[in-house]
Write a protein that binds this ligand. Sequence first.
Ligand SMILES: [Zn+2]
Length: 538
Amino acid sequence: MSIFLFLNGNIYTMDAMLPRAQAMAIDTGSGHILAVGDNDEVRRAGDRQSELVDLRGKTVLPGFIDAHMHLIYAAYRSHNIDAETCSSEDEVANLVRQRAAQTPAGQWIQGGRWNKNVWPDQQFPTKASLDSAAPEHPVALSSKDGHLLWVNSLALQRAGITVETPEPPNGAILRDGAGEPTGILQEEGATSLVYDIIDKRDPVLTRHLVQGKLKELQQAGLTTIHDIEESDALNLFQQLREEGALGVRVNMILPRHMLPELRDLGLRAGFGDDMLHLGGIKIFADGTLGSQTAAMLDGFEGNPGNRGILVLPEQEMKETVSVAAELGMSIAIHAIGDRAAHVALNSFEQAQRHLADTQTTKAPRLRYRLEHVQLITPEDLERMHRLGVVASVQPYHAVADRDIAERYWGRRHRHAYAYHTMQQMGIPLALGSDAPVETFDPMRILYAATMRNDPATSQQRPPWLPDQALPVTQAIWDYTMGAAYAGAEEDSKGSLTVGKLGDAVVLREDILSVPQERMSENGVQATILGGKVVFGEV
Ligand SMILES: [Zn+2]
């Protein structure tokens, strides 16, 4: 047993019983906190072999917990080519040429976000430029809106698309005068011809990319993530955990379609250990705001006939939620529009009633969570509170979506992303990023939560719906204790409390005394996991 004594700090514990402390002792063998208090009290928890760490007055918080992210997806997003800022076909081809030089021949080069509408000639690009950039690699680059796929000759060849290929239903293969495919595939009927044959994720590459991302999480001060992904992620995390190479604790949230397999295995949420465990299942109730597929009680602004899409019929959602709840699975439902939230709450309400009727023992410790919960009626907010449903929210969405929220929701936008209202009503909040859709940098997320603005553009734009800003201490609490509660881990994480895991972050500046507008510049000096410094120095 090796005890680390962290002394002379400015510690905000997020524990109401002892909000401030000077020091803490952590047993790095078990990873648990032995003592929190002033230097003298904490020294008594150590022995002669204890290591002393002088915090030199630095500010310490519990490690941040990101309640909603997609890690493998984030790793690939950074790896893939991003052509969004390219202003010509040649510029994109140059990115491909550089990537080809670092990629073994025959391996796919993917990515996209190119947008010919901002190029000088606005012409469709062709396979020719990609062929000269990457003759030995199949290349597939999706357009910014995702409706076009630009490929090279090798990709066409692998997909078996030739001059003889008939026009697919629900799509088009652009061709030259001789009927030869030009390298542009339109809409799903055509793009799926290529997507269907792209190699499944290469496990060696995936591991390499994920390890890089895990380092970035540590650098950002994150000590736990709720990862919403598939079994390949769970499998990789298990391997990394076995090797002691995980470095960040993972609460795994698996997709709805795996529920029957989880039931067959008899698994319940919580299965696993301190580094990696099963958190629950994820259900989609609707689509997105940007694509106007969020499920709405009333139509979108200017398009009253469109009430979005409920991607799971209400009856089916109720059945799924009930089965999951009976198995003790936490349930995270993606709900962007107010109709999606309404239907999701109906299913939570029914499942809770059913459990109360049938469960003879104490109700299992599961969480009912609404993910995003961007628009919701006051009545349903009331119901969230009554049912104890967690609002798992991503403050960066609020500032990134402000324009489309106003455009597509009209006056309703004033009740959107209503974090402060939720907090005042007593609805438990958990903060997260939804990375890679938005940044997972906690300092920028805290800025968005407390300033209702994007630090990159705050000089040019006023805060958006500033009444919904969270007080700084509350936002930190939601990012630590709140997220721990969303993961049903509030007994072991979220605050610096004796008996909990010794996960903490040391900041360069005191987050509660620097001017708020400088919050996003505050940085992480060190990240501590189970008492061990896994990033930086103290
Ligand atoms: Zn997400």
